[in-house]
Design a protein around this ligand. Structure first.
Ligand code: TRP
Length: 332
């Protein structure tokens, strides 16, 4: 069976976009692949982190993945730092990848900003660690958003370079499974800003931990304009708040925006929001409830992560050990 690896950063406050963009897709793939899902805490520290907050966020993200439908009995869920093979293989890959390859990475340029000299070395070599994540398991498929495409290409380059350096067909070249542009979910208060955990208003976003009442309230209060819904996507495009609510509706029920729009064209927001709230509560309500429950039982989450790390390590250890042998390390 094909093997999936994917990662998610332990940044707290998961919201609707994380669910629709990543977690829901993972849950859908779990029956067709052997699945390994990783909370990437080693990647998180490529930017400064508060230790306490990161520990809490690691549990929270794991709870979100589980509450979002990923079955911890059949999938491996763990946090990266608990499987030392990731860092170990990353070092080998640091001595396979070339400076020129990393210099092309657009995410580094964005994240380092103007003060490149002040960035951590780890931020620069971040994609090398990502390649190690994937190849430590010889994963064949990597579900990621469009923004990670370049990193998966680098991973393929590293696998290929390793294989040809040592004249061996050892690492597979994994395929990026690009998840449909996680429909851009915007703020409920301003249709031109992305929905974000850093927005001071909690009414701007739907958190994965929100219960039914909060979800319904937030949709009721979401910003709109005074006109009925249009009947064409072109007109919708001129109206950021209307566009955003239609986007959310379509993403939640997995229909095209066009078909949702044709159902509600000419209707006012009052009507539309009632249906949207009902839909959002139906889908996100139970997830929020389960996520809150898990967050109240950190031991349960920790035990899942611990078990996951053990299973992950069983797979990664022999692969990385063989890679070390190929490189020529003596095992006395
Ligand atoms: N870099 C990815 C992101 O920010 C997270 C990630 C780390 C990842 N390691 C991975 C994704 C391996 C896929 C495979 O979204």
């Amino acid at each position: 069976m094909k093997r999936i690896f994917s990662g998610i950063q332990p940044s707290g406050s998961l919201q609707l976009g994380n669910y629709l963009g990543a977690i829901r897709n993972w849950a859908k793939m779990q029956n067709d692949y052997e699945c390994i899902f990783c909370v990437v805490d080693l990647h998180a520290i490529t930017l400064p982190q508060d230790p306490l907050a990161m520990r809490a966020a690691t549990r929270e993200v794991a709870a979100g993945v589980i509450a979002g439908g990923v079955n911890p009995e059949t999938c491996i869920i763990f946090n990266q730092s608990q499987v030392p093979e990731h860092a170990e293989l990353a070092w080998l890959f640091n001595c396979v990848a070339r400076l020129g390859w990393l210099n092309r990475m657009t995410q580094f340029k964005e994240k380092a900003g103007k003060d490149r000299d002040g960035a951590f070395v780890g931020l620069y070599t971040y994609p090398v660690l990502q390649a190690a994540d994937i190849l430590a398991y010889k994963a064949t498929d990597v579900p990621v958003g469009e923004d990670q495409k370049q990193h998966i290409e680098l991973c393929r380059d590293i696998a290929q370079a390793f294989n040809s350096m040592f004249e061996i067909d050892f690492f597979p070249l994994p395929e990026a499974r690009i998840q449909k542009a996680a429909a851009r979910i915007m703020s409920l208060r301003d249709g031109r800003k992305k929905m974000s955990k850093s927005d001071p208003s909690d009414y701007s976003r739907i958190n994965m931990t929100d219960g039914p009442d909060a979800i319904a309230q937030k949709i009721k209060k979401a910003k709109t304009d005074p006109y009925p819904l249009p009947d064409s996507l072109d007109e919708l495009d001129q109206r950021p708040e209307a566009q955003n609510l239609i986007t959310i509706f379509a993403a939640l029920c997995e229909r095209s925006e066009e078909s949702v729009l044709s159902e509600f064209a000419g209707k006012g927001f009052g009507d539309f929001k009632r249906y949207l709230a009902e839909l959002a509560v139906e889908i996100m309500g139970p997830i929020g409830k389960e996520m809150q429950r898990l967050m109240n039982y950190p031991d349960e989450v920790d035990s899942i992560l611990n078990h996951g790390a053990n299973k992950a390590r069983e797979i990664a250890k022999p692969i990385v050990s063989e890679a070390k042998e190929i490189v020529g390390f003596l095992k006395p």
